[in-house]
Write a protein that binds this ligand. Structure first.
Ligand SMILES: NC(=O)c1ccc[n+]([C@@H]2O[C@H](COP(=O)([O-])OP(=O)(O)OC[C@H]3O[C@@H](n4cnc5c(N)ncnc54)[C@H](O)[C@@H]3O)[C@@H](O)[C@H]2O)c1
Length: 399
């Protein structure tokens, strides 16, 4: 560890993803790191979180985290609308930041987005303005963004990247999907907090992996990353359709206030190759995190979740007690596609390893500002395309 800085982390938020992060910090090795404490909007939740994970401090507020001179990395595990304003505050305190996906979005005026009060062109401009405020503040302060796109780090995605790279061929087409039967989070079903629905919250994952693979291919072949160029998209609200509403029993989560629960888009890169990305909150059977890479010299299918590494059968739900089976699976009865280590498959420990090393060694993380901003540009370009029924040229919107 000689020459490496000590990494002292303050977590903001004590919900779903904060739990994933704190558990996976425990797997980081070779870095002198300490998770010093947590600040949460609801103090009881912060206290309970700190006690459960044996953290030394519960900070009364975000300001108390930012005022702690020992903390040099702030981990933002809060809803999307809070990401950019909190990044600006972290930058003012000269703290490096981990920001969960997505970097930011367009959140309007704090009211529900009923009646199309904002056009998608205004949203695209607004989301990118939020992104640039956050990224410019970090750049001015000389601290880095660590963009928590865990798919970039998944060992299966990294294996696909190495296989394709070794063939020397081109990536011609990528097809990816993240879907399940509905978000656990109330705020994620409301545009003013989330900046959209399935498209912003789920498609960002396969999109992030696809962009990363094309950046790397470009760096190998052309000494510059291949970037996104055009997008054509469609979105739908399938839990609002007559057929769905007529069902007596509902297994798919409802309650989407003003955003989509399905989205699909075609992305063309600036080397004229393509990606097809789908995301939805209407798929039963547990989470699906899948990506296929069609190269000119090889094809690689990545089954992050589900896969057949551990297949288990039980005749009734509940027989496994509290043993974890799979994210968002509706029942544990029947054949189950579980996993020895779902966090590892999803790339969480590898992501935090890279982020902690990047801070300790004062270097760029693998997943950083360019990926975070490109995801915002493609996402809101896709919303604009879905509204207008035409392809959207992304190039004027990139940096
Ligand atoms: N990478 C992934 O696979 C993944 C999975 C789930 C969520 N996420 C992302 O993580 C983020 C959080 O989602 P979640 O599911 O954990 O949400 P959540 O609702 O479970 O938890 C959010 C937490 O943030 C706290 N909070 C909100 N505003 C705060 C503030 N100003 N100061 C302090 N605490 C505050 C809330 O009290 C709560 O504890 C979102 O951006 C989401 O997109 C990523």
């Amino acid at each position: 560890m000689a020459g490496r800085r000590r990494v002292t982390i303050g977590i903001i938020g004590a919900g779903f993803v904060a739990n994933v992060h704190v558990e996976n910090y425990g797997k980081v090795h070779g870095v002198d790191l300490r998770v010093k404490g947590v600040a949460s909007l609801r103090p009881e939740r912060g206290k309970e979180f700190a006690a459960r994970h044996d953290l030394p401090r519960v900070y009364p507020s975000v300001d108390d985290v930012l005022d702690d001179p020992e903390i040099n990395l702030v981990d933002l595990c809060v809803p999307n609308y809070e990401h950019a304003p909190l990044i600006v505050r972290c930058a003012a305190a000269r703290k490096a930041v981990i920001c969960e996906k997505p970097l930011t979005g367009f959140f309007g005026d704090g009211e529900p987005m009923v009646g199309n009060r904002f056009g998608r062109a205004e949203m695209l401009a607004g989301a990118l303005a939020n992104a640039d405020r956050a990224l410019d503040a970090l750049a001015r302060a000389g601290v880095r963004l660590h963009y928590a796109e865990n798919w970039v780090y998944g060992p299966n995605i990294q294996k696909a990247a190495r296989l394709i790279a070794r063939t020397g061929g081109a990536i011609l087409r990528i097809a990816g999907e993240e879907s399940h039967s509905g978000t656990h989070s109330d705020y994620a079903r409301q545009w003013r907090y989330s900046g959209g629905g399935s498209l912003i919250n789920k498609a960002c994952h396969p999109l992030g992996a696809a962009l990363h693979l094309k950046y790397e291919e470009g760096r190998r072949k052309y000494e510059r990353p291949v970037r996104p160029a055009r997008v054509v998209a469609a979105v739908a609200r399938l839990t609002h359709t007559r057929g769905f509403l007529a069902d007596q029993a509902k297994f798919i989560r409802e309650g989407w206030v003003d955003s989509e629960d399905w989205a699909s888009f075609f992305l063309t890169f600036d080397d004229d190759t393509v990606a097809q990305i789908t995301a939805s909150d209407i798929v039963l059977g547990g989470i699906q995190n899948i990506l296929s890479v069609y190269g000119s010299q090889a094809v690689v299918h990545v089954n992050n979740v589900p896969n057949t590494s551990v297949v288990a059968y039980a005749p009734r739900d509940g027989l496994y007690g509290g043993e974890y089976i799979r994210e968002k699976v509706e029942t544990t009865a029947g054949w189950q596609f579980t996993s020895g280590d779902e966090d590892w498959m999803n790339g969480f420990p590898e992501e935090l390893q890279d982020f902690c090393e990047a801070v300790a060694d004062d270097r760029e993380p693998l997943s950083g500002a360019m990926l975070a901003r490109d995801v915002v540009a493609v996402t809101y370009g896709a919303y604009l395309s879905a509204e207008q029924g035409r392809a959207v040229d992304l190039r004027p919107h990139l940096r």
